[in-house]
Design a protein around this ligand. Structure first.
Ligand code: FAD
Length: 434
């Protein structure tokens, strides 16, 4: 391994965000170095993609490869035991922009390996098993980056621009002391892979199933090889009641819903059960002189609408465009930076509106309010707007905005009308976060 190297751009982290930014910048002719601390294929959570992710995969030139490892996901299915309608399936084909009627469920070890390999094919100088340990951001012109290989070799790099795509490690946000816990959302997750979980039939076989339950919500994500990714996202107070090993606790939690228990009847756990606590945060800094934070390295809210990978890749793709212009020395740098920041924040805010309210009784009922056959015209439009958000149409499509606004107004009106219930929920949430 060479001990000193210079590149135009150095990307920290070879997950979806890092590989996207690295690939697109290399395609534009910049010299790009990508450093990944793990070695692909490696386990990662975040297996359910959104339809709007597909154009990015196409642009990167990996859509066919992802299709080969992916399970087609036509819809997101919601399940509740507290509403007259117990199950509703939100088909992406009914989104307002219906050009992308499906997405894929992917094993992240395979997906991330495809993206990383694609970077190498595009000319990125990519290294695995190399952790970035320090970055000197103070230098004007060239930044210096210190790294350590998993064989113990100390490495030194220089570059003009650093992109931090280190995911939940939030490398630069930590260094800059810019990481802030999300005060509006505090949940924790336990999850694992199972075989023998009953799937839906036909075209619905690849859909994600989401179940509300008293302690949060549960996901079932069918993967292509027959394995089911199963996870419970819970209030922290519930997780603190755990007195058994994680696998037993997860199995006990899944037994709390009779329909789920039936689907899990012949299920067998494969490998470890993982836990991620307190996962919602954002960095107060998105970029500065010669550096940019993308994907989870900047912010993460919640997995309920499967938006993490899409927001990370879209932010990285837009970030690559921005870095390209900044490296070229555009005179419109300030304007481009402001537009980029607005877009990233808008996408996160649009999804967060739903995430923050997902467990409220009013949104729960609204999402499960009527099946398609019973809907009037406006209910149909509002549902199409919600499906658009679930597809990843989160950057201000004017056709989505009006019905989405109506949906939100309806939510606020119903919350006021049921003020007692709303206040009871807020008090419950305050206790459940402890
Ligand atoms: C419980 C849970 C469930 C989720 N489910 C979904 C889902 O169904 N769908 C979805 O879209 N999203 C989901 N997500 C979110 C998703 O996992 C992330 O949003 C997504 O992986 C972000 O991609 P990224 O490239 O920013 O970060 P990552 O995928 O985390 O990649 C970061 C990479 O950087 C590397 N790295 C870290 N530090 C260093 C360093 N110092 N030097 C070199 N390399 C480094 C890491 O090894 C890693 O490979 C979920 C998240 C959680 C917590």
């Amino acid at each position: 391994m060479e001990n000193s190297r210079h590149s135009d751009v150095l990307v920290i982290g070879g997950g979806p965000a890092g590989s996207t930014a690295a690939c697109l910048l290399a395609e534009k002719g910049w010299s790009v170095r990508l450093l990944e601390k793990a070695r692909h294929p490696r386990f990662h959570i975040g297996e359910s993609l959104l339809p709007k992710n597909l154009p990015i995969l196409q642009r990167l030139g990996v859509l066919n490869a992802v299709q080969r490892i992916g399970m087609k996901k036509n819809a997101a299915e919601f399940n509740s035991t507290e509403t007259p309608l117990n199950r509703d399936t939100f088909y992406f084909a009914r989104a307002i922009d219906d050009r992308h009627p499906f997405a894929y469920q992917v094993r992240r070890s395979e997906f991330d390996e495809i993206l990383f390999g694609n970077c190498i094919d595009k000319g990125v100088a990519a290294l695995q098993g190399v952790s970035v340990v320090d970055v000197n951001l103070d230098q004007h012109g060239h930044k210096s980056v210190r790294a350590l290989s998993d064989t113990g070799e100390a490495l030194q790099f220089t570059c003009r621009y650093v992109i931090d795509a280190s995911g939940r490690d939030t490398f630069l946000a930590n260094k800059l002391k810019a990481k802030e816990k999300n005060s509006r959302h505090q949940m924790a997750a336990i999850y694992g892979h199972f075989q023998g979980v009953r799937r839906r039939g036909g075209e619905d076989a690849g859909n994600i199933s989401i179940y509300w339950f008293e302690h949060g919500w549960i996901w079932l994500i069918p993967l292509q090889d027959g394995v089911m990714s199963v996870g419970a996202v819970c209030w922290p107070a519930y997780l603190k009641t755990r007195s058994t090993a994680l696998p037993v606790f997860l199995q006990q939690t899944l037994q709390l819903l009779p329909e789920l228990a039936r689907r899990m009847q012949s299920a067998e756990l494969l490998g470890d059960v993982h836990a991620t606590g307190n996962y919602s945060y954002a960095s107060s800094t998105m970029l500065g002189e010669g550096y940019l934070l993308v994907g989870d390295a900047y912010a993460f809210v919640d997995p309920v609408f499967s938006s993490g990978v899409y927001l990370a890749m879209q932010g990285a793709a837009d970030g690559a465009e921005l870095v390209d212009k900044l490296l070229l020395g555009t005179e419109h740098g300030g304007r481009l930076i402001r537009a980029y920041q607005r877009k990233v924040k808008r996408g996160i805010a649009e999804i967060s509106w739903f995430i923050y309210r997902f467990n409220t009784p009013v949104l729960h009922r609204l999402l499960m309010s009527s099946d398609d056959a019973q809907q009037n015209k406006w209910q149909g439009k509002m549902k199409a707007a919600v499906i658009s958000i679930l597809s990843g149409d989160v950057y201000g499509n004017p056709k989505v905005s009006a019905p989405l606004f109506l949906f939100k107004m309806l939510y606020y009106l119903l919350s006021l009308k049921n003020l007692g219930e709303t206040l009871r929920f807020l008090r419950f949430k305050a206790r459940a976060w402890r």
